[in-house]
Design a protein around this ligand. Structure first.
Ligand SMILES: C[S@@+](CC[C@H](N)C(=O)[O-])C[C@H]1O[C@@H](n2cnc3c(N)ncnc32)[C@H](O)[C@@H]1O
Length: 165
């Protein structure tokens, strides 16, 4: 949970504001009731803090009584029972997969309005990578070393911020 919450913070927070144009999806595949999917809409979030403990409460609320149809459990926070492929469908249709050893992001031409996929402390499973390949995901590397997910996201955001709109 810490990894996911820190990753969401890296994607959403600026020093003095939220990135209102960012959506984040957290896919939880552990027990007791997988899959669970929590989605944040930056432009609708109201009670989202830099402190991950407060945000854990938002996620916990979204995990209660989750169904296949999404439910907004607090402003900008949505919970559902959604697997990996369905989660991609909620975002899509253009995907970029951040993976060590992928094409250097500084040399890559990134699609507009892409959905960026990161794993947590374990790599994606082969079947999940296959799904991304089938969807034509571009695989990008962010640097020579393996980073924590939240750090990789912060670097990605910085690379995107530096590009002309
Ligand atoms: C902690 S890493 C995953 C496990 C990693 N393979 C290891 O050796 O521990 C977390 C995720 O952040 C992203 N990531 C980390 N470093 C990266 C890099 N140098 N380039 C691209 N993505 C990276 C990837 O999505 C990666 O799966």
């Amino acid at each position: 949970m810490d990894i996911l919450l820190n990753a969401a913070n890296a994607a959403l927070h600026l020093a003095h504001d939220l990135r209102r144009d960012v959506e984040v999806g957290l896919l939880l595949l552990g027990p007791p009731n997988p899959p669970r999917f929590v989605r944040f809409e930056g432009f609708r979030l109201r009670n989202y803090q830099p402190d991950i403990r407060s945000n854990a409460a938002l996620v916990r609320r979204a995990l209660v009584d989750a169904y296949r149809i999404e439910r907004e459990s607090s402003p900008g926070v949505f919970g559902s029972q959604t697997d990996f492929e369905e989660a991609l469908d909620r975002f899509g249709p253009v995907f970029v997969y951040a993976k060590e050893g992928g094409k250097d992001i500084r040399q890559a031409s990134l699609p507009a309005d892409a959905t960026f996929v990161f794993s947590d402390n374990q790599d994606l499973m082969a079947a999940e990578e296959r799904v991304l390949t089938e969807r034509g995901a571009l695989v990008v590397g962010l640097g020579p070393l393996a980073l924590h997910t939240d750090h990789a996201i912060a670097i990605l955001q910085n690379e995107l911020d530096r590009r002309p709109v």
